[in-house]
Write a protein that binds this ligand. Structure first.
Ligand SMILES: Nc1ncnc2c1ncn2[C@@H]1O[C@H](COP(=O)(O)OP(=O)(O)OP(=O)(O)O)[C@@H](O)[C@H]1O
Length: 286
C-alpha cells in the first residue's frame, strides 16, 4: 500500500482550477521531489495529502485512509511554505513543545545536533535569522519520527551554504523516512530526490527518475523570423507568435545547420535554453 495517494484529484478555488485530475502514488522509502513553477499546484496537492483541504473531486488517501481523519495523520511530519514560530520561545523549548505531542520523539539534543541548531538551543526564535528559522521549521517536521514527511520549499530564503547544509540533513533523514518535497529548483531536486514529479498548471506533466527528467529539460528554443519552413528533423515542438517562429529541439546546433543547409532565409536567430515549464509544455504537447 502506498503511504499516500491521489486519484484523479481536482481542486478548484472558485473559478480557478488549481489541480486538474492528479493521480500519484507515494510508496514507502526515498525522496520524491515535486517540481513546478509558481502556481503549478504543488502546495495545493500537499494540502490535500495532509488533510488541510478536501479535493473538489477525486480522492486522496493517507496510509490507506482519509487524510482528514486525525488518526491517519499521526505518522506524518509537515513543514509548510510559511511557518510562524512563537517568538519568545527558545529553540529547545519549541522542539520540546512539539515533542510533547509524541510517544517516542527524537531527543531534543539529537535533533538540534543533526540540524546544526545546537549552538542556538537557548536563543529565542524571534531572534533567529531567516535561514535559522527555516532550519528549525524543517527540523520540527522530524521530531515525531514520522513515516512520511512533507516539506514545502524547505530551502527557500537560504543562502547557498545554508541550503547545502540543509540538503545534507534532509538527505540523511531521507534514508530512514519517506520525504516529499516541493521546489522551484531543478538543482535542489537533483541533490535530494530519487523521483521527480513535475507539475504544471495543475497537472502531472512528468513522473520519472531524476536522470530522465534531466534529459527531457535539455530542450532549447530556436526562434527566428522566416517566411516558410521546410520539415526539419529533431524538432519536438513549434510555436508561432507575432510573426516569429520558435522551434524546440534537443540539438540546437544541428537544427541551425539544417536551417542553413535547407537555404531558409531566416533572420533574427536566437537560441535559448527553455525553462522547465516550457520544456514540459512542449514535450507534453499542451
Ligand atoms: N486559498 C486560495 N484561494 C484562491 N486561489 C488559490 C488559493 N491557494 C492557491 N490558489 C491558486 O491555486 C493555484 C495553485 O497554487 P499553489 O499554491 O498550489 O501552487 P504552487 O505550485 O505551490 O505555487 P508556488 O510555487 O508559488 O508556491 C494558483 O493559481 C493559486 O493562485
Amino acid at each position: 500500500m502506498p503511504l499516500a495517494r491521489a486519484i484523479e484529484a481536482t481542486r478548484r478555488y472558485g473559478a480557478n482550477l488549481a489541480l486538474d485530475g492528479v493521480t500519484l502514488d507515494i510508496p514507502e522509502g526515498g525522496v520524491v521531489g515535486m517540481l513546478g513553477p509558481n502556481g503549478a499546484g504543488k502546495s495545493t496537492l500537499i494540502s490535500l495529502l495532509v488533510g488541510l483541504r478536501r479535493p473538489t473531486s477525486g480522492r486522496v488517501e493517507l496510509f490507506g485512509g482519509d487524510p482528514r481523519d486525525p488518526a491517519c495523520r499521526r505518522e506524518i511530519g509537515v513543514t509548510p511554505q510559511e511557518t510562524g514560530l512563537p517568538s519568545t520561545l527558545r529553540v529547545h523549548e519549541c522542539v520540546a513543545f512539539v515533542a510533547a505531542h509524541y510517544a517516542d520523539p527524537v531527543p531534543t539534543g539529537d535533533l538540534l545536533d543533526r540540524f546544526g541548531l545546537a549552538d542556538l538551543a537557548r536563543r529565542q526564535t524571534g531572534g533567529l535569522s531567516g535561514g535559522e528559522k527555516r532550519r528549525l521549521a524543517v527540523a520540527l517536521a522530524f521530531v515525531g519520527r514520522p513515516r512520511l514527511v512533507f516539506l514545502d520549499e524547505p530551502t527557500t530564503g537560504l543562502d547557498v551554504r545554508a541550503r547545502r547544509a540543509l540538503w545534507d540533513t534532509i538527505r540523511d533523514f531521507g534514508r530512514a523516512h519517506t520525504v516529499v518535497l516541493t521546489s522551484h529548483y531543478l538543482e535542489e531536486i537533483e541533490a535530494l530526490a530519487d523521483r521527480v514529479v513535475v507539475l504544471g498548471q495543475g497537472r502531472v506533466l512528468a513522473d520519472d527518475t531524476v536522470a530522465s527528467i534531466r534529459g527531457m529539460v535539455g530542450i532549447h528554443r530556436v526562434s527566428l523570423t522566416a517566411p516558410d519552413l521546410p520539415d526539419l528533423p529533431n524538432v519536438v515542438g513549434l510555436e508561432r507568435v507575432d510573426g516569429r517562429t520558435s522551434l524546440f529541439t534537443a540539438d540546437a546546433d544541428q537544427l541551425v545547420r539544417d536551417l542553413v543547409h535547407a537555404g531558409v532565409p531566416f533572420h533574427g536567430l536566437q537560441v535559448q535554453p527553455t525553462t522547465l515549464e516550457e520544456a514540459f509544455l512542449t514535450l507534453t504537447g499542451r
